[in-house]
Design a binder for this molecule. Structure first.
Ligand SMILES: NC(=O)c1ccc[n+]([C@@H]2O[C@H](COP(=O)([O-])OP(=O)(O)OC[C@H]3O[C@@H](n4cnc5c(N)ncnc54)[C@H](O)[C@@H]3O)[C@@H](O)[C@H]2O)c1
Ligand SMILES: [Zn+2]
Length: 343
């Protein structure tokens, strides 16, 4: 079992079979209850976790949230608070999120706010959850905009069972690979080398452990995203605009967004590996181009309308693999970046 620490009070345990073998919860005086939140695609794991907790003597209950983003609503949060109160959950007790990022975001948010904050533990069941969403303590729900409401709240433990991630549906795996590659590009050249050598067959353990280490290191330096943590948004500025404008999933949008950011990096800070990066993304089965139906709309989504043009936009750029900078970019760079991903 691989153990990665984030700051002093948060640890990530990664290994095969850890959901059955490792202690699910860190030792803690006074804990009597656990409330397990899960989602349809992960409910069997959620129930398994609850059974284990009961065997360990806790009063553990399970609640299956609505699937995907439907879980990240104010109404669901309100229902969960009610449920926690009904269960008699106190500040000694623990909320356990078992599922993808939608579950861990909502579970983390509820844990951060119920009784002004109780312990959260996460068991991510998607690759994206394991390398990104469950790590680092950002929680939130959607309200008008995505993640408009949230809190920073570190889970005391994140348990990543690699066996459970081994045969995810292709779409879900690729979502996660996009974020894992992003972690490599901003913080671990060796992970990028592994992807170059092995493509989609890159060993899951290397991918997860390395991506988690990158995120742990960056988050450890800047928990509240006052500076350095922003490098984890590589590929996300243009990617996010394309996600809203287009027909792309988040992972696909990040993939195309990284190609765009690569082109911007080449133009502005002399990044020499934009073409290699693009080939690598394609090799992972991710898109590198998109039909930009309406470039004006994309520029609007980027805030590159009249109001903000003079200040430009801040983007994460790569001087080299593993060497990111956050810089203002002008409209010309953005246009070149969009041009580079036009199908
Ligand atoms: N907090 C953060 O730092 C952070 C970072 C990245 C993303 N996120 C958030 O994460 C969410 C996306 O997370 P996600 O991609 O994990 O998706 P998700 O939680 O929406 O789940 C996607 C689908 O996978 C199913 N599923 C879950 N585990 C499965 C398994 N083992 N096998 C088969 N199906 C399974 C779910 O039921 C769901 O239908 C977004 O809301 C995003 O905002 C948060
Ligand atoms: Zn992302």
């Amino acid at each position: 079992v691989e153990r990665v620490l984030i700051g002093e009070a948060s640890e990530v345990l990664i290994g095969h079979g850890v959901l059955e073998e490792a202690d699910l919860l860190p030792a803690r005086e006074g804990r009597r209850r656990a409330a397990v939140l899960t989602q349809p695609g992960a409910a069997s794991y959620g129930r398994r976790a609850a059974r284990r907790l009961r065997r360990e003597g806790l009063d553990a209950q399970v609640r299956v949230l609505p699937d995907r983003e439907e879980a990240k609503t104010w109404q669901v949060a309100a229902d969960v608070y009610d449920w926690l109160a009904e269960l008699g959950m106190t500040r000694d007790d623990t909320v356990v999120g078992v599922g993808g990022g939608a579950v861990t975001d909502l579970a983390g948010f509820v844990a951060a706010t119920y009784m002004r904050g109780i312990e959260a533990v996460h068991v991510p069941t998607t690759l994206l959850g394991a390398v990104d969403a469950a790590i680092g303590g950002k929680t939130g729900l959607n309200l008008r905009g995505k993640n408009l409401v949230g809190a920073f709240w570190q889970p005391s433990r994140v348990l990543i069972d690699l066996s459970l991630l081994a045969d995810l549906p292709t779409e879900l795996r690729r979502e996660g690979l996009a974020e894992a590659l992003k972690a490599g590009l901003v913080g671990d050249p060796e992970l990028v080398e592994i992807f170059r050598a092995e493509g989609e067959a890159a060993p899951l353990e290397d991918v997860v452990v390395r991506a988690v280490r990158v995120k742990a290191r960056v988050v450890g330096e800047d928990f509240r995203e006052e500076g350095r943590r922003a490098v984890l948004n590589y590929g996300h500025t243009i990617g996010h605009a394309l996600e809203i404008a287009g027909q792309l999933s988040h992972g696909e949008a990040v993939a195309v967004g990284m190609v765009a950011a690569g082109a911007a990096s080449e133009q502005q800070v002399g990044f020499q590996e934009a073409a290699i990066q693009e080939a690598l993304i394609a090799e992972l089965g991710l898109p590198t181009r998109v039909q930009i139906l309406d470039p004006t709309a994309v520029r609007g989504l980027l805030g590159l309308d009249k109001k903000r043009t003079e200040n430009g936009l801040r983007m994460v750029l790569l001087r080299a693999v593993g060497d990111p900078v956050v810089e203002p970019v002008g409209a010309a760079t953005v246009d070149a970046a969009l041009e580079a991903v036009r199908a």
